[in-house]
Design a protein around this ligand. Sequence first.
Ligand code: S3P
Length: 434
Amino acid sequence: MSIPGYRVQPVQAVRGTLAVPGDKSISHRALMLAGIAEGRTEVSGFLEGEDCLATLDALQVLGVRIQRPAAGRVTIQGAGLQGLRPPAAALQMGNSGTAMRLFTGLLAGQSFQSELVGDASLMQRPMERVALPLRQMGARVDTIAGRPPVRVGGGGRLQSVRYELPVASAQVKSAVLLAGLYAQGLTAVTEPAVTRDHTERMLRSFGVEVSVEGRTTSLTGPARLSATDIAVPGDFSSAAFFIVAGCIAASGTMVLRNVGINPTRTGLLDILRLMGARIRLVDQRMSGAEPVADLHVERAVLRGVEVPRHLVPLAIDEFPALFVAAACAQGTTRVTGAADLRVKESDRIAAMARGLQALGVSVDVLSDGLVVQGGEIGGGTVDSCGDHRIAMAFAMASVRASAAIEIADVANVATSFPGFVELARQAGLGVSPA
Ligand code: S3P
């Protein structure tokens, strides 16, 4: 069977009112917290992408009863803090770093051992960053030279920890907090820069007291969770592709409805606004613990900028889209302090640099970022390197390209954005499967 790709024809206008699928980070967390809560949780707006379905399957293997009564709806009968059952086989995390790292934290305090595995990309990703603090808590965590398979759990009781994160990572912060639910006493995590806080917000919704002082988040274990209903907002990281398309298109207005605008996620808006973008947040409201809004995006003449470093973790998944915006801007855009992009689903600095160069864009590759010269975008063939966000970013480049763009290896778009092609076509993009 040939590996699927996209062929994207250039278009001038993008427009429409769209609803992107549910938030990936929040969907993972909703399942996991509901799985160890007491009582029945109903989740709506759940992202039925492969990543979150890997989490759902794993929880079922761990003995959690889950039903899917309708599209986007999941009902979870919580097993309670101590109610998970030993898995009969290795837990399959697919392409999902979030699933693997958060499960490592969740399973660290179990009396049984679990093994976590994933696809070829995930098996190459760094796991010591999460193993290290968990070992300090007394957990048994084994990796193979820092990479999966991860073997976790089966040790004694966890001790609480005060841990200072060496890298800004919401996944590591979340893993330590999840393990902290099982430890005796105060577990505190200090991060070097602000990262997404969905775990903290959702733990509070499940009745756990979480305190935040400066960059330190703490909770006291053992902590029981009580079931609650969760409405998952649209994923800002999926909206990001259409936000960029709306900015760089020759004409049209794009409206994206019910998108999560948690300030720990919306660094891209700040960066694009520095570049001159015209984006309005309309009807700002709360969806449970998370803020949402409708985003109205108008075309704009973008200028290159030096991206402020503090915005990097707040836009960490949006750089593929941002680099496309930078290629359409007047002047130079410089991103530094983003070395973690090299250990995402692909090496996103290398993958974006190669793809942009294939389309005639001039870039300078840095160890921790990229310098992009704005100008013309040509047609050509780019390789997504099996990375969903690289594939979708280059689909958006077609809005300004002078000829068709062929994008290879796009199957993993289904990990985060089922229905991407249909929605992109609805917005006027010329995407078709190739
Ligand atoms: C995520 C955190 C980020 C992000 C990933 C999702 C999460 O990873 O890139 O897509 O849900 O916590 P890091 O924690 O490695 O920065």
